[in-house]
Design a protein around this ligand. Structure first.
Ligand code: NAD
Ligand code: ZN
Length: 365
């Protein structure tokens, strides 16, 4: 097992990465919660095969274990589910010293983490990350959220977990499309920070897609290390550094919004968004044309989409959604622009004409 430390003003925490860690969950959790405390496992039916081993491992260490199941999909990140979980905690007598163990991907930890941040003004929680996206991204950094009908992640908090456990073996049962979509975010890490990771993905994508867990473990370690470093230095996105994690996301959020979050999963929208951002950077002369091409080859080899042609979307509609995205600052669009693989900057004054041109280039009308 490898560990990575994350710094947080609300308490530093550890990420455990390895294979076959579920049986040791109790021992790890005993490092952050006192035996005898109540723990609510929050999860989804797809994770049911893993819950028995997790709860018996916790039970053996003397915890009082309860289970709360969320529906599948983004719909779980709702006010209704937040209240349902809060009432479940309340009726089971959860107090401040008790905690939540989120077992799942980003949906479970976003909802469970937000509930943890507001129940009794805040209780602690552990993330057991079960998607590749969660292991390299969403389980780390303490951003929690629910969606409102007006948009995604509009209510939330910075509430770091007390511990993150990423057992790479559970990725075996992850649907192939989810694996590929998560790889979109890993490609992002390569472009923003890590040329060696980018090269590793180029060399080993076949084995990764075939779920060679040794390769995937390396990817998880590299990705988690980057995310942990960025959020340790810029926990609340105030220093500018955390913003580079939004590479490809300004475009992706625009596309996802216009599609009402249907037709593409997030990592796929990010792949398209990164294509647009890289081409925009090449058009502006910030990077060579080779960069978007090289990135496109890698994304295609990972079975990720790189164009929006088939959706028949209007460039003006995407642009409008991009402007209303919560990450806009004082009405100006921000773009994370690559200069070379491993180096990006946040650029603010990009001419809107160039942005429109890129949207059309990628298949918008
Ligand atoms: N908080 C953050 O920093 C952050 C960062 C990125 C994304 N997010 C959020 O994360 C969410 C997406 O998360 P996700 O991509 O992990 O998707 P997800 O949580 O919806 O999981 C995808 C699907 O896979 C299933 N699943 C999970 N693990 C499995 C496994 N091991 N075997 C079989 N099935 C499994 C889930 O039940 C679900 O159906 C979005 O809501 C996004 O906004 C949050
Ligand atoms: Zn993302």
């Amino acid at each position: 097992m490898k560990t990575i430390q994350v710094k947080s003003l609300k308490g530093n925490y550890k990420i455990c990465i390895g294979r076959g860690l579920l049986g040791q969950v109790g021992a790890q959790v005993a490092g952050v919660f006192k035996p005898g405390t109540k723990l609510m496992i929050v999860s989804q039916k797809n994770l049911a095969p893993y819950l028995k081993v997790i709860s018996s491992s916790l039970f053996q260490k003397g915890f009082k274990v309860y289970t709360h199941m969320l529906p599948d999909g983004e719909i779980a990140k709702s006010g209704a589910e937040l209240f349902r979980l809060s009432y479940d905690l309340l009726t089971k007598g959860f107090e401040r010293r008790d905690g939540i163990v989120a077992v799942g991907g980003g949906v479970v930890s976003d909802l469970a983490g937000f509930a943890a941040s507001v129940y009794l003004r805040g209780i602690r929680y552990v993330n057991i990350a079960t998607t590749l996206l969660a292991q390299v991204d969403s389980a780390i950094g303490g951003k929690t959220a629910i969606d409102l009908k007006e948009g995604k992640n509009l209510m939330g908090s910075f509430w770091p977990p007390a511990l993150v456990i990423s057992d790479v073996n559970v990725l075996r049962s992850l649907p192939q499309r989810e694996l590929c979509a998560s790889l979109g975010e890993v490609v992002k890490y390569g472009v923003i920070r890590d040329p060696a990771l980018f090269g590793f993905l180029e060399k080993n994508f076949k084995k990764i897609l075939q779920k060679d867990l040794r390769m995937i473990e390396k990817v998880v370690l590299a990705g988690a290390k980057i995310k942990a470093g960025v959020v340790s230095r810029d926990e609340f996105e105030t220093q500018g550094e955390r913003a580079i994690l939004n590479y490809g996301h300004t475009f992706a959020h625009g596309i996802e919004g216009v599609l009402s979050y249907k037709g593409l999963v997030h990592g796929e929208a990010v792949a398209i968004g990164m294509m647009m951002a890289a081409q925009l950077a090449a058009d502006l002369g910030l990077c060579s044309q080779e960069l978007p091409w090289r990135q496109m080859r890698l994304l295609i080899s990972m079975k990720l989409p790189v164009s929006i042609k088939k959706f028949n979307l209007k460039a003006s509609a995407i642009l409008k959604t991009m402007m209303t995205d919560k990450k806009k600052n004082k009405g100006a669009l921000h773009f994370v622009m690559p200069w070379r693989i491993g180096k990006v900057t946040v650029e603010k004054n990009i001419p809107i004409e160039n942005v429109r041109k890129i949207l059309r280039f990628a298949g918008a009308k």
